[in-house]
Design a protein. Sequence first.
Length: 318
Amino acid sequence: MNDNAPILAIKCLAYNHEPYIRQCLDGFVMQKTNFPFIAIIHDDASTDRTAKIIQEYAEKYPAIIKPIFETENQYSKHNGSIRRTMDCAIPESVQYIAICEGDDYWIDSNKLQKQVDFLEKNPNYGLVHTYAKSYNNSQQIYDDLLLGNPHNLFEDLLYTNNIATLTTCYKKELYTLYVNDIKPESKNWLMGDFSLWLWMATKTKIGFISEITAVYRILAESASHSSDKKKQFSFYISSYKIALFYAKKNHYKRIKSFINKKFVELLKYIIVNRTIHCAELLYETFKEESNLLNIINSTIYHILKIYIILIHFKPTLK
């Protein structure tokens, strides 16, 4: 094997990240490793100067920054084209994959080295992640709570996604098996990474390094966060559907308890945020599993049904 062939690839998605992309790319090129790595930067037809900044870094750091420039936005197609394009750009020599989107950034220059060292010393582990700080971009402040959690068993992740994507590093061979097994682009899930973590939790051990290596930037609008309450609720619904898929796939014994807990969580979101217009989505989501709801939740579920019928019936009243 060529000594200069990369053994790790960073996957970075960017779209209209002009104010943030330099900080993200600086986090890549500052990494200190005893192995070669590359950063595949996918610009999804940005309408600002994001692509120009990426090109600037590609010219300055040609051994590391490997750009992909789209002329037509791919995310809006929801057909898996971004994943396929980025995966095709990963060289055969690569053994590990790390992820960081263009509006987030790394703050530990030894992040990759620590994680690869961990995975190589612990061959029964397929993924390792760390803590991340959360930065509220509109308020210009860091949140008190850290992202990430060492509780990484399948059941832990089923209830709560404890893994911050921007802190992960995992084995490419497992990722390839995941794509072939699950075919995630066929599922219409809004957050693909959560599915990968759940799949890995059933196939390998997941490690945790108790250090802060990255910063997750909270924007008013992003792929996983929205100020639109209904859109944000759709993210939560998608997360539930992913977890339910794996609960069924792995014959989770406490699936009834899981479904009831998630129903209550989603109902609380509607009540707290006064988003009664999300009631129909909640009702439809739990239709197939409504027979597994306990007495209280089943009663609430049927009240939702009556409410929805009245809402649709009301415009016809004269």
